[in-house]
Design a protein around this ligand. Sequence first.
Ligand code: ZN
Ligand code: FE
Length: 259
Amino acid sequence: MIQIVALPAFSDNYIWLLQDTAKHRCAVVDPGDAGPVLKWLDQHRGWVLEDILITHHHNDHVGGVLALKQASGARVCGPAGENIPCRDLALDDGDTVTVLGLQYQVFAVPGHTLGHIAYYTAQSDTPLLFSGDTLFAAGCGRLFEGTPEQMHASLQRLAALPEQTQVYCAHEYTLSNLRFAKAVEPQNPHVLQRFDDVTQARQEDRITLPSSIGLERLTNPFLRTAEIFVKQKADEWKGHSNDTQAAVFAALRSWKDRF
Ligand code: ZN
Ligand code: FE
């Protein structure tokens, strides 16, 4: 049985801590800062940090790797296509990696960065996805390295996972993402409901994650490029017709960048 908790880092990052409570062993995803993880380990003596999973090379995801590697000797797993400090296991699309007894599939999800990977397992009670800065709750990462076509394909692939899949992304961006989602689909009742729920949660300083693939399909405009109304809004923003879903995605992403 794996329990997952969020260790907040910086202003809006989450470092996901996976705990095997029976064996007192744990793993972390995207430790941009070693501090919160070292503090947790200090408060939980006897627990062993076995694995460090990395989704992409940005410093707010890898900044704590060196210190954690030195403190624990944990195995560092990360994308083969990027420079990851202390990487022991280089992962590519189609690879699998076993973490705390569960086998994860590795998906290449280029767009935010070119080598970005996501980790998925269906071996837990509900499937789990660690999506880094690719799929956010109600949003997606900015296109720093990849093309809109690449990011659109990456997101569509994640959207095709089982709807009950729990989505653990790396940032608390949900409320601002939903402000944008409301501008795109002001009539979507699921977006309006989620906006109210998340507004309430943030007022109470509660985390808005994990999300689920089912909820993302209903509320995330970047997964909803096939909807006629979303296309119309993208066309309005561009001033011309967007004739492919990737073009609709590109229009939404450029709109959100200025939103
Ligand atoms: Zn990033
Ligand atoms: Fe990030």
